[in-house]
Design a binder for this molecule. Structure first.
Ligand code: CFM
Length: 537
């Protein structure tokens, strides 16, 4: 398949020309030709999708229930809404979990819903919600119930928080509600924020008994897709680092409750959990920095950062030892696979962090990322947190509660003195995320909230060797003769995090970009003439 080399600026202009002028003006600001080091480049992000455009995004409820709380096994996640919302959040994602014993509570295979009917919409659903809480309690005796609001709940005004308070009192377990109606924000991202707020308000800090072991950390923004968390747990254990709490891959309520006892928060997915990191620092004095365990080199770097933070000579030596062992296996795989993948190209449009993190793995394979973008990232996820003070808060963002966090005098503990923090700052970069654009090649197309039309044009013009996105895009892209690798569910592969995960990824991408099956498919525009017309104004 001949590659058509088109200047990305021209690609952008050609795409924009097809939109009505008002829409072109809006989309123009969300499509950039990356100049990685130009700090004045601004991308428009986290704004409403233009009606009529086919977006990749999901809803606020998805971000709250599905993403942040979904992976925790011993909370009954009760959806207040019509059954469809529950069905689509029921084991349709690949969050795995491993209860310590066969008898340990694990509700992840269940779908709890109030199954709202027309009559509940007319007369209100609070009674039905109370009944559902009592029923769930009677059957499962869970430690906690989370109540998730879907769109109709907000529209009719059911007060899930009042029901939660009443049921908490009556049943004597922790019950908390989320006003995460699907329409509450412009994307999943609003749901993350709502979930983060409720965790801080209702759960974190309730149990002062930390996990047993040395070097206690919390892993934030890791959701155990395809078993990623298991691989990270393996590596941390091997290094002698204790995972006190995970938000929220393979997690439990107890972990959330004791999270404030950790010495350090490390943040994987900045987009979904940076609020918890910030709030825990203010409230309990736990410093945080960004890590990335996608990519072998990135994993090694992240482990070194953690070891450096604790500054313990034995830990530093142990981490180096583990890295050396793991990297030997990684290097063997790279030596074999890289010659076959070098020079190939990839594009990735996923969520709010993976479109950045996975570029690491492609770089390790000698591949270049021609274009990437988030579905719902904010400007800081593209440009770095330095732009935070300049982001204008619009009506949609204002819709999401900003908690005022005060120091918890009883539980606050200074982990690092100011001097020590300043000394470590250069290597660890506390409270920082530099965003995707800095790591991308000059000339790469950075596109926020990619539309289906733009996706087709990327493929038609640039023919990447692999396109990474989700199930909604998968078959459209493959019908165009380009393989699609899902990076939300991993197409039932994985894990891809850490060292063993990196090797899994190399092998899968090698198969994908080197199979001949795609060369047998011709896209329609390649085999038949296409007539195009334009309006003459
Ligand atoms: Fe964070 Fe995620 Fe992602 Fe995300 Fe997601 Fe996800 Fe994702 Mo799908 S929390 S932003 S809302 S890393 S569900 S586990 S894969 S879009 S890139």
């Amino acid at each position: 398949m001949a590659k058509i080399e088109m200047d990305p600026q021209r690609w952008k202009q050609d795409v924009l020309k097809k939109y009505p002028s008002k829409i072109a003006k809006k989309r123009e600001k969300s499509i950039l030709v990356n100049d990685g080091h130009d700090t004045t480049q601004v991308i428009q992000a986290n704004i409403r999708t233009i009606p009529g455009i086919i977006t990749q995004r999901g809803c606020t409820y998805a971000g709250c229930k599905g993403v942040v709380l979904g992976p925790t096994r011993d909370i009954v996640n009760l959806v207040h809404g019509p059954i469809g919302c529950s069905f689509y959040a029921w084991l349709t994602r690949r969050n795995q979990t491993l209860p310590p014993t066969p008898d340990s509570p694990n509700y992840m295979m269940y779908s709890f819903s109030t199954d709202m009917q027309d009559s509940n919409i007319v007369f209100g659903g609070e009674l039905k919600l109370k009944k559902a809480c009592r029923e769930a309690f009677a059957i499962f005796k869970p430690k906690a119930i989370g109540i998730f609001s879907t769109c109709p709940v907000g529209l009719i005004g059911d007060d899930v928080h009042a029901v939660a308070r009443e049921m908490k009192e009556e049943l004597g377990i922790n019950i908390f509600g989320f006003s995460c109606e699907g329409y509450k924000g412009v994307s999943q991202s609003a749901g993350h924020h709502i979930a983060n707020n409720a965790l801080v308000k209702h759960v974190i800090g309730l149990n002062d008994t930390p996990a047993e072991g040395k070097f206690l950390i919390n892993m934030l923004g890791e959701y155990n897709i395809g078993g990623d968390a298991f691989e990270l747990e393996r590596i941390l254990k091997k290094c002698g680092i204790t995972l006190n709490a995970s938000f929220s891959g393979n997690s439990t309520m107890e972990q959330f409750e004791r999270a404030h006892m950790a010495e350090l928060n490390v943040v994987m997915c900045h987009r979904s959990i940076n609020y918890v990191a910030e709030m825990m620092e203010k409230k309990y004095g736990i410093p945080w920095f960004k890590v990335n365990f996608i990519g072998a080199e990135a994993s090694a770097k992240s482990l070194r950062k953690i070891a450096k933070y604790f500054g313990d000579a034995d830990l530093i030596a142990k981490v180096e030892d583990v890295i050396a062992q793991e990297m030997a296996i990684v290097a063997k795989a790279i030596d074999e696979i890289k010659p076959r993948t070098t020079g190939k190209t990839a594009m990735m449009f996923v969520g709010g962090s993976r479109a950045h993190h996975y570029q690491e793995l492609f770089t390790e394979l000698g591949m270049s990322s021609l274009s990437a973008g988030y579905e719902f990232g904010h400007r800081d996820d593209y440009e770095g947190r330095r732009v935070l003070p300049t982001i204008q808060v619009d009506a949609d963002s204002r819709n999401i509660e900003e908690l005022t966090i005060e120091k918890d005098e009883a539980k606050f503990r200074e982990r690092l003195s100011e001097e020590k923090k300043a000394e470590l700052e250069k290597d660890l970069q506390f409270n920082e995320y530099e965003g995707m654009m800095k790591d991308m090649e000059k000339g790469a197309l950075v596109i926020d909230d990619l539309s289906h039309y733009e996706m087709e044009k990327l493929i038609e013009i640039y023919h990447p060797d692999v396109f990474c996105a989700g199930i909604k895009e998968k078959y459209c892209v493959q019908k165009m003769g380009i393989p699609l690798k899902q990076l939300h569910s991993y197409d039932y592969g994985g894990p891809y995090a850490g060292f063993e995960g990196a090797v899994n990824f190399y092998k899968d991408i090698d198969m994908i970009v080197n199979t001949s099956v795609w060369k047998l498919i011709k896209a329609p525009w390649e085999k038949e003439a296409v007539i195009e017309a334009e309006y003459a104004a």
